[in-house]
Design a binder for this molecule. Structure first.
Ligand code: TA6
Length: 306
């Protein structure tokens, strides 16, 4: 048995729950938790504590995942819910450091699983600072991420400061939502909010009406905790994105040219996705004192009607 196979067997012994929660090698041998109950199903890659898929019972996947994604140690997966932490976007001082931080590229450990009173299956994963993370970011920390699967999906991350000094971070649950046709979709819940336009030198603007996704779009909405709804006309479905511990919301679609320049975006994939990200970015940095923690969570659920 390889070390990897042995680790998967140990995870199944410690945290597996019959057919409801099974660990397997997964794509690229990165380790994957398969969760299935009467209310829904999800897959979570152990690299990055990265949710790859969430399907409510009788429904379609809420998440878009590129079929051209590379599943390699230390390489970010395209689609699903990447965990961006402890910085969002490029590192503010050193652009040679990995974009969106390192949490999405590290191997997380399962630490707990259970079924809650409502019948939801819960898996908790953790990542702690070590010699390698300290080279990238000089702070001691522990992250715990909970995936709670019912007819909705809750992803809840807590960042603990286990060091002696306060730290500041930015981050996001960079959720790639699936749509039937991006040109027939829009995002509500951000009307009147101010945003930084990444495509216009971070110019500060105010959102007028719903966000139409009819061209490349990359906006960081600031100081907003409101729910958003993604209206997917082609599929006749709405996805509600609720959040907690998040003061920024990012809306992104790369459109054709940028997607074609990204080798891990599958052909026409940009037409099938919109990112709505529960974030704390730019002005909305989070400070955590020693012994304290901070929350970042998002809940995805469907509503009928496009
Ligand atoms: O959240 C939007 C964004 O920051 C974009 O600017 C875009 O480049 C994207 O994330 C994807 O980043 P990645 O590092 O995953 O290629």
């Amino acid at each position: 048995m390889s070390d990897r196979e042995e680790a998967i067997a140990q995870y199944n012994d410690a945290y597996g729950r019959g057919e409801e929660l099974v660990f397997a090698a997964g794509p690229g041998d990165l380790g994957c938790a398969h969760i299935r109950n009467e209310q829904g199903a999800a897959r979570v890659c152990l690299q990055g504590a990265h949710v790859l898929s969430f399907i409510p019972a009788g429904g379609q996947d809420l998440l878009w995942l590129s079929s051209a994604s590379r599943y390699r140690p230390g390489v970010a997966i395209r689609g699903g819910i990447p965990v961006c932490w402890p910085w969002f976007g490029p590192h503010p001082e050193d652009p040679s450091l990995p974009a969106h931080g390192f949490a999405r590229n590290r191997l997380w450990e399962p630490v707990e699983s259970f079924v809650d009173r409502s019948g939801a299956t819960v898996l908790r994963l953790a990542l702690g600072s070590d010699a390698e993370t300290l080279k990238l970011w000089p702070h001691d920390f522990r992250l715990e991420l909970e995936v709670r699967v019912s007819e909705r999906l809750l992803v809840e991350m807590r960042a603990y400061n286990t060091g002696e000094r306060p730290f500041r971070y930015t981050g996001a649950l960079h959720t790639y939502l699936r749509v039937g046709d991006v040109s027939d979709s829009m995002v509500t819940g951000l009307e009147g909010e101010s945003y930084l336009d990444k495509l216009d030198d971070m110019r500060r603007q105010r959102q007028d009406g719903a966000v139409a996704v009819d061209r490349e779009i990359d906006r960081i909405f600031l100081n907003t905790s409101r729910d958003c709804v993604l209206h997917d006309g082609a599929s006749g479905r709405r996805i509600r994105v609720a959040k907690n511990g998040s003061r920024s919301t990012v809306v992104w679609n790369p459109w054709r040219d940028k997607a074609e320049s990204m080798p891990d975006f599958d052909t026409d994939g940009w037409q099938r996705m919109v990112c709505i990200e529960a974030a704390n970015a730019e002005d909305d940095q989070v400070e955590v004192g020693p012994g304290r923690d901070a929350l970042l969570a998002t809940t995805l659920s469907t509503e009928s009607g496009g």
